[in-house]
Write a protein that binds this ligand. Structure first.
Ligand SMILES: [Zn+2]
Ligand SMILES: [Zn+2]
Ligand SMILES: [Zn+2]
Length: 338
């Protein structure tokens, strides 16, 4: 999946609800829960999709395929190879007739007389009596030993040391062994760092900024592409057009002051497409060197602490230009009155 596919995913309101929880730290990791009917459920995702467990599962897989989530192996679920249901029994059957109707028998040895027999032959009300010498067996390990166990089939009467393990699907009735069992991996999921950055930029940061431009009458694209004189398409985080006016905006989001590299890269693109105005929004601010360069290149710099702050400053920037004209007129008229 490409970045474009991810960008369209970020437009999905359910995705926005879910990813915002990761960004705010309300969810760190999606931990799967094994479910007999669904195989796997992601309870933390369900509130984002109106509580539908199937939709939640689908959304998690879609986000993983798009590279938004990374995953780690959590556990393996055994499923029916015929219908993929995880509602599967673990049975042991008689190796002779395949009946499930088997019983475990324990073998006892009476130490005093050496009699070895099934525990059933020793059992009397409330205790154990040797069937041969009729003495009572009181202390385990002293009076008697357990010699082990075997299994007896109540259908065909055959004894065996080890019955055969088989699985039976409770959904479709199919019986199968380990040789053709289906397996499904269950994973934990986390938001990938790249996707977190991308989502923050597109949804949390760029969206409110684009909305300001839309309110000012600009038609916006995010991201937007403009063909330059060089013949190549230049990509900007936002492009906006209104009549003959074209504006471009790039946003840089970092946890430390931003250096001159993105300034130079924006300049190369501006040089190619010659927009009416170019904005560089940096959260937080630029280094002094980067700021000097941006001013030299005639970029409009917006240094903000948060996406909301950036949107407010952009609004002010446009509003201030409008106000500036009004102020001039007012001053002129005041001058006239005087
Ligand atoms: Zn089945
Ligand atoms: Zn049998
Ligand atoms: Zn005995």
């Amino acid at each position: 999946m490409t970045s474009k596919d991810r960008l369209s995913l970020y437009q999905d309101p359910n995705v926005q609800i879910l990813l915002s929880k990761f960004v705010k730290g309300e969810i760190i990791e999606l931990v799967p829960i094994f479910d007999l009917y669904m195989t796997v459920r992601y309870p933390d995702v369900e509130p984002s999709v109106d509580g539908d467990p199937r939709d939640a599962k689908e959304l998690v897989e879609k986000l993983w395929e798009a590279g938004v989530f990374k995953r780690k192996f959590h556990e393996k679920a055994l499923v029916c190879p015929s219908c993929i249901s995880a509602n599967v029994s673990n049975d042991y059957v008689c190796p002779n007739c395949n009946s499930i109707d088997i019983e475990r028998k324990t073998l006892l040895e009476h130490v005093a007389c050496g009699t070895v027999d099934s525990i059933d032959s020793f059992l009397v009300e409330g205790g154990l009596i040797c069937p041969k010498c009729n003495k009572e067996l009181v202390e385990p390990g002293v009076d008697y030993h357990k010699l082990g166990a075997w299994f007896q089939c109540d259908q065909c009467g055959k004894r065996s040391d080890m019955p055969n393990p088989v699985h039976r699907c409770r959904n479709c009735g199919h019986a199968f062994t380990i040789k053709d069992t289906g397996f499904i991996n269950l994973y934990t999921y986390r938001l990938s760092l790249d996707a977190e950055d991308e989502f923050k930029r597109v949804f949390l940061v760029i969206k409110p900024i684009a909305r300001v431009l839309e309110d000012l009458g600009f038609r916006t694209d995010l991201p937007g592409q403009i063909a330059g004189r060089s013949g190549s398409l230049q990509r900007f985080d936002i492009t906006g057009s209104k009549g003959s006016e074209t504006i471009v905006l790039d946003l840089i989001f970092s946890d430390k002051p931003i250096d001159e590299v993105p300034v130079a890269s924006l300049y190369a693109k501006i040089f190619d497409v010659s927009p009416t105005q170019a904005f560089l929004v940096s959260i937080p601010g630029l280094t002094a060197k980067a700021k000097r360069l941006a001013t030299l290149y005639r970029m409009t710099i917006i240094e903000a602490n948060s996406p909301e702050d950036a949107a407010d400053q952009l609004k002010e920037r446009f509003g201030w230009e409008g106000l500036a004209e009004d102020n001039t007129e007012e001053e002129t008229s005041t001058d006239l009155t005087l």
